[in-house]
Design a protein around this ligand. Structure first.
Ligand code: GRF
Length: 203
C-alpha cells in the first residue's frame, strides 16, 4: 500500500506518521511528500528519511482548478491508496475532493463541528470553551465537515495563550493522526456513504 502526504509548512504531523510507519513497520510506504510551498520545512525531514518530495507552487497556476489538476496528476503518479492532508493550507475544488472520496484524510485542530476554518485556538479561547482538541476526518467538498474518524480532547486552562493551547492540541494530533492512518492501512477504516466504519482489530 502507498500513502502520499500533502503539507504546506512544518510538517510535524507528517513526521509523526512517518515515524509511526517505521516504528510499527506498517505494510504501507510513504511514497511521496508533496508541498505547495518550496519553503515548507517538513520537506527536509522527508528527504532526510529517503522519501521523494515534490513541490507544486500554487502561485504558478492561474486558477484553483488548474492547480488542483496539476496536483492530482502529481499525486496519482504515485498511485496512492490514501492521501493524507497534514497542514496542507489550500482549499481544494470539488472535482479534486470527489476523485479521492473515501481515500483522503485531514486533521483539523478543533473538536469539529466546532470551529471549522482558521485560527481555531483563537476561536476556542474567545468563546471560552473548557474542552478543545483535534479531529481526523475524511475529506468531503464541505470544508472541515467530513465524516469524523477520530478525536482527542484537551482541557483549556486558566490563562492559556493561543500558543500554549496549540501546543497541547498538537501533541494529541501526533497521537490520533498516525493511529487513524494505520487503521486505514490495515483496511479497517472505511467510508460507507456518509458514515465511517471502523472494524475492530483482529485478536
Ligand atoms: C496542525 O495543527 C493541523 O491540525 C493544522 O495545521 C497544523 C499543521 O501542523 N491543519 P504541522 O505542519 O503538521 O506541524
Amino acid at each position: 500500500r502507498s500513502i502520499v502526504i500533502l503539507i504546506s509548512g512544518r510538517g510535524s504531523n507528517m513526521e509523526a506518521i512517518v515515524r509511526a510507519a517505521q516504528a510499527e513497520q506498517w505494510s504501507a510506504r510513504i511514497s511521496a511528500v508533496i508541498s505547495n510551498r518550496a519553503d515548507a520545512s517538513g520537506l527536509e525531514f522527508a528527504a532526510a528519511h529517503g522519501i521523494p518530495t515534490e513541490v507544486i507552487p500554487n502561485r504558478d497556476y492561474a486558477t484553483r482548478h488548474q492547480f488542483d489538476t496539476a496536483l492530482r496528476a502529481k499525486i496519482d503518479a504515485y498511485a496512492p491508496d490514501l492521501v493524507v492532508l497534514a497542514g496542507f493550507m489550500r482549499i481544494l475544488t470539488t472535482p479534486f475532493v470527489d476523485h479521492y472520496r473515501g481515500r483522503m484524510l485531514n486533521i483539523h485542530p478543533s473538536l469539529l463541528p466546532s470551529f471549522p476554518g482558521l485560527a481555531t485556538h483563537h476561536q476556542a479561547l474567545a468563546v471560552g470553551v473548557k474542552l478543545h482538541g483535534a479531529t481526523v476526518h475524511f475529506v468531503t467538498p464541505d470544508l472541515d465537515h467530513g465524516p469524523i474518524v477520530a478525536q482527542a480532547c484537551v482541557p483549556v486552562l486558566e490563562g492559556d495563550s493561543e500558543e500554549a493551547l496549540a501546543e497541547r492540541v498538537l501533541e494529541q494530533e501526533h497521537v490520533i493522526y498516525p493511529r487513524a492512518v494505520r487503521w486505514f492501512v490495515e483496511g479497517r477504516l472505511l467510508l460507507e456513504g456518509a458514515r465511517v466504519r471502523l472494524t475492530p482489530a483482529a485478536v
